[in-house]
Design a protein around this ligand. Structure first.
Ligand code: SME
Length: 160
């Protein structure tokens, strides 16, 4: 069994999390295995989350992928909700209050803020990574940069 140690620097120490993720994914490139493991890693190691996982690009829609948290919406059209806007625009969406975001899809009423990072292999968008928090404004610009870096490590180390 793999035990993940907490960082001595406290929560959300991104350089430490990057090193841990590299060690966790080393030696395995399977997409489902690594996506499942990465979701669990984020959920365990990032504070104050109620959902962490993937929506995968299937045609003009996103379809639920590996995740940790409560059961969720399965299909999200491009352009709808925070995930759909991240997919359609290709830009990370950092939303301090999801209830103020036009078209937000409320899968879990506990979610108040959200960070969605689009994932590209080269030019090709293949998924979005979605993190939800029960706290308002949970994700700072530093969290966004750190989670984008973790997503990059996942893409580098995985057959996507
Ligand atoms: N709230 C998201 C939907 C996905 S769930 O949060 C897991 C959205 O608006 O895209």
């Amino acid at each position: 069994m793999i035990e993940l140690q907490p960082s001595e620097q406290g929560l959300d120490d991104y350089p430490f999390l990057v090193a841990q993720l590299q060690a966790l994914l080393a030696g395995e490139r399977d997409f489902i295995a690594n996506a499942a493991q990465f979701s669990a890693f984020l959920f365990q190691q990032i504070g104050d989350l109620n959902w962490a996982g993937f929506y995968l690009v299937r045609g003009e829609e996103l379809v639920l992928g590996p995740f940790q948290g409560n059961v969720a919406c399965v299909r999200i059209p491009f352009g709808r909700g925070v995930c759909g806007v991240a997919a359609a625009s290709g830009n990370t969406q950092r939303v301090d209050d999801v209830h103020a975001f036009a078209g937000h899809i409320a899968c879990d009423s506990a979610s108040n803020s959200e960070l969605v990072v689009p994932l590209f292999k080269g030019e090709r968008l293949f998924a979005v990574l979605d993190l939800d928090s029960p706290s308002l404004a949970r994700f700072s610009a530093a969290d966004q940069a750190g989670i984008e870096r973790l997503a990059e490590v996942f893409v580098e180390l995985t057959d996507c």
